[in-house]
Design a protein around this ligand. Structure first.
Ligand SMILES: [Zn+2]
Length: 128
């Protein structure tokens, strides 16, 4: 009587060679893989145990994955900021160089003008 009341228990069996589904023979002693056709003794059959998580583990796992994502996100943002800062620094450096160059050009042009003016002044003074 107890035999009929007991719930049947199903266990998934997987092929040790390819992970395919195994079909058991009537005596449950040998198995035949429906995917690759391998025959194996039941002793070698791997039993696929469904990984059961308690609700707490599920919640903890979720939080861990979330914080991991947040950490990655923060790291990515940090890197982006660093890159922006580096780009800005480089741009400032370029501008500074550009300014220094134009200052040099202005100094040269100013010097030439001064010399021309002095020559002009001498020439004018000599003509009088
Ligand atoms: Zn197989």
């Amino acid at each position: 009587m107890g035999l009929f009341k007991r719930k049947p228990k199903f266990i998934a069996a997987v092929c040790p060679q390819c992970g395919g589904n195994l079909e058991m023979d009537a005596q449950l002693q040998t198995a035949y893989c429906t995917k690759c056709g391998a025959h194996c003794l039941v002793e070698d059959v791997q039993i696929r145990k469904p990984r059961k998580e308690t609700p707490l583990q599920t919640v903890v796992g979720f939080i861990e994955r979330q914080s991991d994502l947040n950490r990655k996100d923060r790291a990515a943002r940090q890197q982006q900021r660093e890159e922006e800062r580096a780009a800005r620094r480089q741009q400032q450096e370029e501008e500074r160089k550009e300014k220094a160059k134009s200052a040099k050009v202005a100094a040269i042009v100013g010097g030439i003008l001064l010399v021309v003016l002095m020559i002009f002044a001498f020439v004018m003074a000599g003509l009088e």
